[in-house]
Design a protein. Structure first.
Length: 81
């Protein structure tokens, strides 16, 4: 996350300095890619902890809720594109 924050601060400086638009967009894309990697790590952790715990608890309502949350995430991400 510190890498991403540093990168965003660099982009802010580029904007203030009125740098070339394409260069700024390329830097933005690098931040977006880094955020996607962070989301993947967080999702993997969520699956390995919260979701597995809900399934092991035998509470079908809680397990279904966790699955619905994940499905909703992917529906939202598809509409962002």
């Amino acid at each position: 996350m510190n890498y991403i924050l540093g990168h965003i601060q660099g982009i802010k400086k580029m904007l203030i300095a009125d740098k070339y638009c394409i260069d700024i967009i390329q830097q933005n894309r690098a931040v977006i890619a880094a955020l996607k990697k962070v989301n993947k790590i967080i999702l993997e952790n969520h699956l390995n902890t919260c979701v597995i715990q809900a399934i092991k608890s035998k509470n079908k309502l809680e397990a279904r809720k966790k699955i619905e949350e994940i499905l909703l995430l992917f529906e939202d991400s598809e509409s962002d594109q």
